[in-house]
Ligand binder design. Structure first.
Ligand SMILES: C[S@@+](CC[C@H](N)C(=O)[O-])C[C@H]1O[C@@H](n2cnc3c(N)ncnc32)[C@H](O)[C@@H]1O
Length: 295
């Protein structure tokens, strides 16, 4: 696996992932790769991203990459030769073997376990289709892993490639500000038996009352264990309500009593806050960290 050694006093090994994107619209990636988490990942050296224009590999004088479909019918089909040559050229730039991915509505539906697996690979090559799709023969030749964003059709694979880049970038070591935040996200956080992904709990920040809605008292209590228990209960409850399919064959699929503060009923919260004096920790931070300045 390619590695970057950074001498920051303590020699630290940082695994670097390489992603190659093959597209006929490379400009689409310019703003995306310069912004937010993907940009942080690239800046930190955790990720390098190389966008290749398939048109540059066209053998035709007019940089043609598509043609009419054999058998007739609407639309155009991306030709084998420019894609194959673009893949070979990109792959020759680095000795690491790339996992080839074709974005396709006919592929495996993308989910977090696959994202986690992809995030551990040293190198990905993302192939973006357009028009009616890609000549089947080059797909057979390249044998990519076909991944779908969902059961709907996009105009091209670029948005899918961006989704994948973002999802794997945030799992690279040191990319997120808080190391634990990815582990506590939906689908990464798991049931106690480790077998079932859960949805994340609800989150709140200042002000503690907004539009007549109060933050659940327990989050202001300063009792970290109670907060952790409440959040776990929320994760289970939310998953049971919104995605019961994730909990099938677990005890959590059955209704369970939950801590009193689990359900945020605005009216009840307002009434309760008027009955009870403000907790001394109300203005304290969440999880012992500095909360953002009030909005
Ligand atoms: C208009 S689509 C082609 C759809 C194809 N004719 C079909 O019905 O299966 C053009 C390209 O967009 C991308 N694409 C479209 N929908 C997608 C999805 N749900 N997930 C991932 N990529 C998708 C693929 O790269 C595809 O080759």
């Amino acid at each position: 696996m390619p590695a970057v050694l950074r001498d920051d006093g303590l020699a630290k090994r940082v695994n670097s992932m390489r992603i190659d994107v093959l597209t006929i619209f490379p400009d689409l990636f310019t703003g995306f790769l310069a912004t937010s988490i993907p940009a942080n990942a690239i800046e930190s050296g955790a990720l390098s991203c190389h966008v290749h224009d398939i048109r540059a590999h066209s053998a035709s004088r007019h940089r043609k990459t598509d043609d009419r479909p054999f058998g007739g019918g609407p639309g155009m089909v991306m030709m084998c030769q420019p894609i194959f040559d673009a893949v070979k050229a990109a792959e020759s730039q680095d000795p690491a073997t790339a996992v080839r991915v074709l974005l396709s509505p006919q592929g495996e539906r993308l989910a977090q376990p696959r994202v986690e697996w992809l995030a551990q690979q040293p190198r990905l090559l993302l192939l973006c289709g357009h028009y009616e799709g890609i000549d089947e023969r080059v797909v057979e030749e390249l044998k990519p892993l076909e991944l779908s964003l969902g059961d709907y059709v996009l105009s091209g694979g670029e948005l899918g490639a961006m989704v994948l880049i973002d999802a794997v970038a945030r799992l690279q070591s040191g990319v997120l500000g808080h190391e634990d935040s990815a582990a506590e996200d939906s689908f990464s956080v798991r049931s106690a038996d480790g077998a079932h992904p859960l949805l994340d709990c609800p989150h709140y920040t200042r002000p503690r009352e907004w539009n007549g809605r109060e933050v659940p008292d327990i989050l202001l209590s300063g009792d970290h264990q109670a907060v952790a228990r409440w959040r776990d209960a929320q994760r289970i409850e939310r998953t049971r309500e919104r995605r019961p399919d994730l909990l099938q064959n677990t005890p959590f699929a059955q209704p369970q009593p939950l801590p009193v503060a689990n359900k945020h009923n605005a009216a009840e919260q307002v009434a309760q806050s008027k009955r009870t004096p403000a907790s001394p920790n109300r203005d304290a931070d969440l999880h012992g960290q500095a909360a953002p300045e009030s909005a």
